[in-house]
Design a protein around this ligand. Structure first.
Ligand code: ADP
Ligand code: ZN
Ligand code: MG
Length: 484
């Protein structure tokens, strides 16, 4: 039986995080009432003139720098001509032969892969090359109702990056990692909020299969209607075997566009590619070419630390494990929370543990974001220091944390209120140890006859007697000493 391999290339659109639109001063705002953020320019009324948004140009330069693209000295805007209800001026302002950025790559790192696939990565540290990044204006959005279609022009004119990838991706898991890294970089750079559910990051998937050992790519199939990164993975995991099955059955594949139905978990035919569109591109006569030098210089000054550099710094500066550092650095809010909390910590590694365990599960079950977490980083640092200095033990720490999360009170206040201080007075613990030894002659005898694990039972009894307040390490030491 012939074996096949898959080839995948993604085209990603990213809405830039600017206050106003690309060529007019209308607000860019998600969820505003339909057609409330519009003007003659973004409605495409005759005679209206576009004015470039400089911040959008800077953000494009920043995206290019972060992805290692080449940025030429000049770029220009072209008209892409077509007639469609979402673009009533009959053209979209885009870039054609002189795009803002060329080349570059998206580096895939292990933690960007789906969790269940991180142990079976086919090509470690793969770099997926980019063809180009250009800047264009988003189009309006159609809403199909039962008997009519409405068009909302709020989205029309939103600055939009088109990031075209080379067909370097070989599996659904690599596509997932590619999108995860791209999304992470957009958020890190403040380039976009890149929320797929809000349409701020949208993805067209191109996929083909060919027999192993052959050079020529197979017929490209385009998948549409992908609303999440995991949806892209699922759609590819469905369509690749489907294509292979068609070919193995002696069939041929047409150059189709297929629609992913996430609920049913399948792709269905939308349309077979008609002859290629002729968009009659020509330079937009309303817009002068743009010199990029000053934009690139401004973007350079704004380059953020990259996620993998942050990860390395967390390992070297705070002594957290490589894995924990990756999780912390994977989310900018989580990373800055950690950094604030770890700054004054005696043991930053313990702060990381608290964030990755108790804190993350608490915010998940309360469905709040880390930004709105009622326990602020300074407060968590205080709690962890109370534990590390032996004022309370870690079991008490968990109790305090739950209370902090529920009430927003300081750790020290809760410790005081609940009378939770750990008993670290050796005299008091010695008295408890004497009591436990006297009450448990059996285990004491076991210990003395060489069954040293019996000390754990005695330690448990001591902790119980102290109502959980005894310093557990001291309790163990004192018991052992007394049992000699
Ligand atoms: P088109 O001219 O149809 O727009 P392009 O060559 O510009 O095609 O490629 C568009 C996208 O499709 C790119 O992201 C590219 O990586 C991807 N692509 C091109 N050919 C293939 C193929 N045979 N299989 C999978 N992806 C492909
Ligand atoms: Zn407008
Ligand atoms: Mg193309």
């Amino acid at each position: 039986m012939t074996e096949y391999i898959a080839t995948i290339g993604l085209e990603v659109h990213v809405q830039l995080k600017t206050r106003s639109k690309m060529f007019c001063s209308c607000a860019v705002e998600f969820g505003a009432g339909p057609n409330t953020n519009v003007c003659p320019v973004c409605l495409g009324l005759p005679g209206a003139l576009p004015v470039m948004n400089e911040e959008a140009l800077r953000l494009t330069a920043l995206a290019g720098l972060m992805l290692g693209c080449e940025i030429g000295p000049v770029c220009k805007f072209d008209r892409k001509n077509y007639f469609y209800p979402d673009m009533p001026k009959n053209y979209q302002i885009s870039q054609y032969d002189v795009p803002f950025c060329l080349g570059g790559a998206v580096p895939l790192h292990d933690l960007a892969y789906p969790k269940d696939a991180q142990k079976t990565i086919a090509t470690k540290d793969k770099k997926v090359r980019l063809v180009r990044i250009h800047l264009e204006e988003d189009v309006a959005k159609s809403f199909h109702m039962e008997t009519a279609t409405g068009i909302d022009f709020n989205r029309a004119g939103t600055p939009l990056l088109e990031i075209v990838g080379e067909p370097d991706i070989a599996s659904p898991e690599e596509a997932f990692a590619y999108l995860t890294v791209l999304q992470q970089l957009m958020i890190y750079g403040g380039i976009s909020d890149a929320d797929m559910e809000k349409g701020q990051l949208r993805c067209d998937v191109n996929v083909s299969v060919r027999p192993v050992g052959t050079e020529k790519f197979g017929t490209k199939i385009e998948l549409k209607n992908l609303n999440s990164i995991s949806g892209v993975r699922r759609a590819l995991a469905y369509d690749i075997p489907r294509q292979i099955e068609v070919l193995r059955g002696g069939g041929i594949l047409d150059q189709e566009t297929r629609r992913w139905d996430d609920a049913r978990g399948e792709t269905t035919l939308m349309r077979i590619k008609e002859s290629a569109h002729d968009y009659r591109y020509f330079p937009d006569p309303d817009l002068l070419p743009v010199r990029t030098e000053a934009l690139v210089a401004a973007a350079k000054a704004r380059q953020p630390e990259l996620p993998w550099d942050k990860r390395a710094r967390f390992v070297s500066d705070f002594g957290v494990s490589e894995y924990d550092a990756s999780v912390l650095a994977s989310d900018l809010d989580l990373a800055s929370y950690f950094e604030t909390a770890a700054k004054g910590a005696k043991k930053p590694k313990n702060v990381a543990n608290w964030i990755l365990n108790d804190l993350q599960s608490a915010i998940a079950s309360a469905s709040v974001s880390i930004r709105d977490c009622p326990v602020r980083p300074e407060g968590l640092d205080e709690l962890v220091n109370l534990i590390d200095s032996g004022t309370i033990n870690s079991r008490q720490g968990k109790e305090v944390f739950v209370e902090m999360f529920a009430t927003g009170k300081n750790a020290a206040v809760i410790v005081e209120e609940k009378g939770l201080k750990q008993e670290s007075d050796s005299g008091a613990i010695e008295a408890l140890a004497d009591e436990v030894i006297a009450a448990n002659p059996g285990p004491v005898a076991d210990y003395k006859s060489g069954k040293t694990s019996a000390v754990n039972f005695l330690k448990g009894q001591l902790m119980k007697l102290s109502k959980g307040k005894a310093n557990p390490a001291m309790a163990g030491e004192i018991l052992e000493k007394k049992l000699q």
